[in-house]
Design a protein. Structure first.
Length: 319
């Protein structure tokens, strides 16, 4: 397993170093290496299976962020985000879901319910070590899982979700979920699940990484039961949930800003704040890190200090 831990970051390291923009954002090639070397591998047991976490340490953290990656992605895909958040004073525990990264399980096989249980276990781990504020955060699929987790009863102090859809709110997709669960056995390629998957990034290095599909720790396909759980997930509205920042870009081709706004209102969260970032596409934490990280950090700092944020609170339709 030690060899696997050492190789986990190879493909994403190359991606970042091939991108002058991302390398500069890190502070140079030497800093890219330093961020990767600082990551600590930790393990949880959830449901009898080993789950891997990337831990980005921080000397005197203001809070701990439990981070959930996007569709098919593993924690190390977001190592630059984790490193930058750590620089800003936040410890980060980034999750490899079942069948992703170094975690056990068939490649790409993790239901929504299993992902929520893993996020809950990661929150419990962080809570057992410190009384500092806990933040549940996710990007793309991880954004959906963040809000689904809140609806299912997870209790961080704050939450940040990049993008949101709620397929189970639509009758057509609930019926589709039943059909998939009963009859589908073949996995779903990410290129078919995520609109314009190979064209999501304007950065040539990130786009080449997505096209090459040569990272063995990515889940380039998702199991049928995973997709069925995504389409069929439903939870009642909750009266008590943490304030949630929901981010989206106005040029997002995979999950348009209008959809994120609509489904956030429809979700049943008692309070949330939606921010649309002008000119931003879907890969917010790769293509637009220089803009997204300050927004997240400033929002978290303001919430924890009791200061007002820049945007008004959006009350859900169910509140």
């Amino acid at each position: 397993m030690r060899r696997s831990e050492e190789r986990l970051g190879d493909a994403v390291r190359e991606m970042v170093l091939e991108s002058p923009r991302l390398t500069e954002l890190a502070g140079g090639a030497a800093e890219v290496g330093r961020i990767l070397e600082a990551i600590r591998d930790e393990w949880l047991e959830v449901g009898g299976r080993r789950i891997h976490l990337d831990v980005h340490p921080c000397a005197d953290p203001k809070g701990t962020i439990v981070f959930q990656p996007g569709s098919g992605a593993h924690a190390r895909n977001y190592f630059l985000l984790g490193g930058l958040l750590a620089r800003h004073g936040y410890e980060v525990l980034a999750i490899d879901r079942l069948g992703h990264g170094l975690s056990e399980g068939a490649r790409g096989d993790c239901t929504v319910e299993e992902a929520i249980a893993i996020a809950g276990a990661a929150l419990d781990l962080a809570r057992s070590r410190s009384s500092r504020p806990l933040i549940l955060m996710g990007s793309s699929m991880g954004g959906l899982l963040t809000i689904f987790g809140l609806l299912a009863g997870l209790k961080p102090d704050l939450a940040v979700a990049h993008n949101f859809l709620y397929p189970g709110k639509l009758v057509s997709l609930r019926l589709r979920a039943r059909w998939i669960a009963r009859y589908r056995t073949k996995p779903y390629p990410l290129a078919k699940l995520v609109h314009a998957f190979e064209r999501l990034s304007a950065d040539p290095a990130v786009a080449a990484y997505l096209r090459s599909r040569n990272d063995p720790y990515m889940a380039w396909e998702l199991s049928a039961r995973s997709v069925a759980s995504l389409f069929g997930f439903s939870a009642p509205a909750v009266r008590d949930a943490p304030y949630t920042l929901v981010l989206t870009g106005d040029r997002d081709k995979a999950i348009p800003a209008w959809a994120t706004r609509l489904f956030t209102r429809w979700s049943g969260l008692p309070s949330s704040e939606v921010r649309v970032i002008p000119g931003a596409g879907h890969l917010l934490f790769h293509d637009h890190l220089d803009r997204a990280v300050p927004i997240v950090v400033d929002w978290l700092d303001a919430r924890m200090e009791g200061r007002p944020t820049d945007s008004p609170i959006q009350r859900s339709a169910a509140s």
